[in-house]
Design a protein around this ligand. Structure first.
Ligand code: MTE
Length: 336
């Protein structure tokens, strides 16, 4: 383990770390998607694979709760400066390591995965341990739609209408003790349904993430149950995942099955693997370059337009006060 250098899929390897490589891959992907957009059936065929799905939207689980869809848009969260990313792009260009998308797109590998029924165990510093049925939880919440920017650490970005409810509502339902300072989230671990888990046995499965309590209770922190007016496709994290739009995408765990409250900063998947490259906070910040590339700009998925990266991904108004030590200027101290 100690000798293996681990590289997330969204990160170019040392030997291929030119931006040109990343660009070429994305271009090929986008060209394939162009074909697929003409007819979803063609999309599967161009992948040259035995996926049972005709296209990336066929992976929405049949038994996902549909009450409350499509939910009304909460207009507080608008993204006026860029177009909404096409649905096919957001449901095809994914990261979900449990499925290991090296040979195929993630969505083409999700057939064995059954997101429902699913439960979430609530543990740690809580009044009472409890187990939540995810379908019941979703039905019990007032769903709303929020258009959010999404920024991957690898400098590509999209704009997605997520459906869900504020994370603060879920935290309140968990009844944490006042001594809890942090919350840890753990993703589902089903090697028999998720082909990437055994194939990439060197990763410390299950995927796990964490937040400070003030971050988790922030108005922006969102539990996602759907996108584009429908329940989440499997590859986007069904049955539910987090969207934290001011942070890099890897801070939003998919298919959450455990929530744990603690009085210490918890470890997180990528921070434990590569602490010098992936911090605990991981706020979107053009002033903190990645060790091997700049974060000053980003490429929009679909249009391929390159635009400047915004501090906190454009959500300063909501989260700036949480991070007094985050560098506001290039060259400031690194807040990890
Ligand atoms: N959650 C789990 N369980 N496993 C993962 O591999 N990848 C993360 C995050 N959540 C990941 C995860 C990363 S690196 C990103 S960029 C986003 O999911 C991607 O979300 P999307 O596929 O919906 O765009």
């Amino acid at each position: 383990m100690a000798h293996i250098v681990l590289h997330p899929r969204w990160q170019a390897r040392e030997s291929e770390a030119t931006s040109e490589h990343t660009y070429r891959n994305r271009r090929q992907f986008i060209e394939a998607l162009g074909l697929g957009a003409i007819g979803l059936g063609v999309f599967g065929a161009t992948g040259g694979c035995a996926s049972p799905y005709g296209g990336p939207l066929d992976t929405i689980p049949q038994n996902a709760p549909r009450d409350g869809y499509p939910a009304a848009r909460n207009e507080t969260f608008s993204v006026p400066e860029r177009p909404v990313t096409g649905r096919l792009y957001a449901s095809s260009y994914n990261n979900f390591y449990e499925f290991d998308g090296r040979s195929k797109e993630i969505w083409q590998l999700t057939d064995p995965y059954e997101p429902f029924p699913m439960t979430i165990r609530v543990r740690g510093l809580v009044e009472k341990r409890r187990t939540l049925d995810v379908a019941k939880l979703i039905r019990s919440m007032d769903l709303e739609e929020r258009l959010y920017r999404f920024r991957c650490v690898e400098a590509w970005a999209m704009t997605v209408p997520w459906t869900g409810f504020p994370l603060s509502k879920l935290i309140e339902a968990c009844k944490p003790l006042s001594s809890a300072t942090h919350v840890r989230f753990v993703s589902v671990n089903r090697p028999s349904q998720m082909v990437g888990i055994e194939r990439q046995h060197w990763y410390p499965w299950p995927y796990y993430e964490g937040l400070r309590m003030d971050e988790a209770m922030n108005e922006l922190a969102f539990v996602v149950t759907g996108m584009y007016g429908e329940p989440l496709p499997k590859q986007n994290g069904s049955p539910l995942r987090l969207a934290l739009p001011w942070k890099y995408g890897y801070k939003g765990p998919k298919a959450i099955v455990r929530i744990e409250f603690t009085d210490k900063q918890p470890g997180t998947f990528w921070n434990d693997l590569q602490p010098n490259e992936y911090g605990f906070l991981s706020n979107v910040n053009p002033n903190i370059p990645h060790l091997r590339w700049s974060q000053a700009s980003e490429e929009l998925l679909e249009t391929q337009e390159r635009v400047p990266t915004r501090l906190f991904n454009g959500y300063e108004e909501w989260v700036s006060a949480l991070y007094p030590n985050e560098p506001r200027q290039p060259g400031g101290p690194l807040a990890r």
